[in-house]
Design a protein around this ligand. Sequence first.
Ligand code: ZN
Length: 358
Amino acid sequence: MNALEHQLQYPYGEQMPAPGTRQEVAPGVWWLRMPLPFALDHINLWLVRDRIEGRDGWTVIDCGITDDTIKTHWETIFANGLDGLPVLRVLVTHCHPDHVGLAHWLCERWGVRLWMSLGDYMSARVMGGGNGVGSNAGGDFAASHFARHGLNDPDSLEKLRARRSYYSTLVPALPTQYRRLMEGDIVVMGDDPAASRWRVITGFGHAPEHVALFNAERQVLISGDMVLPRISTNVSVFDMEPEANPLALYLSSLRRYEELPEATLVLPSHGRPFRNLHTRLRQLHEHHAERLAETLEACAGKPCSAHDIVGVMFRRQFDIHQMTFAMGEALAHLHLLWHDGRLQRQTDDDGVIRFRAA
Ligand SMILES: [Zn+2]
């Protein structure tokens, strides 16, 4: 949790939309909140008033997980929250289940196209592919990846292996066609020429090719998971890319938002809409600098596995779901220091990878 949250400004205070209702946060931009069955208990989705090929309607940004309760909330929105107009497009910021889960259902229900980056569309297809590989969060490959990094007690490994269907349960299908979003693309949403242009800003380190959208006229940023007010964005090394350096990618991606005006209203996927973007970016850089310093210090004392660093970094108990994120996060910090040459990485006789001062 962000101990410096009071430095941010929340223009709507504690006011937020109940599931199945909407709240306007900028002209033509509406906030929806859907429940999630995790420690992170909600996701924000956005409705943007749109006009495509002469038809009035809405663009939906992000979807929620596949779940009957969420579908019911969506049906309530369709009935009461769209001013009698159709959904014209579904745009998804990245491939994580809470964002892309119901895209298949929404696109089919309205007969509309999914817009997404290549990196995240293809990743979603691979992770949901049902080929037994499972996702980064569970299955045999994930279990051996975490075991190599010190999470090797039989109970945890069994739980990790049992999660092989984690992704495909929450994302059982994906539209077989999509429209590609790329860095710098302008997505026109709405028919007011002065205020309808949303620029794609891609970001890395959290997802393969995360899409955020910035509207310069309205000074609104739909930040997805790249900039969140209350929690820090998860940045993990997963089994598919075991030598990855995602924290370096994430920190350099954050620089892209420093170019945006200080007055920008940030619409994040978790937490509440906020202002003081530059303050939040500074907080995030400081947060990771502190974690890098404590990681380096721990490894200077004795060689540490990622599992050892979880104990240093978090000092609390996790369920297996949170543990996969904590392990990934610890490893992301270790790998930044390793790629920088400040730590050495070595597989010890017990098969566990440990990091020591270079
Ligand atoms: Zn995410």
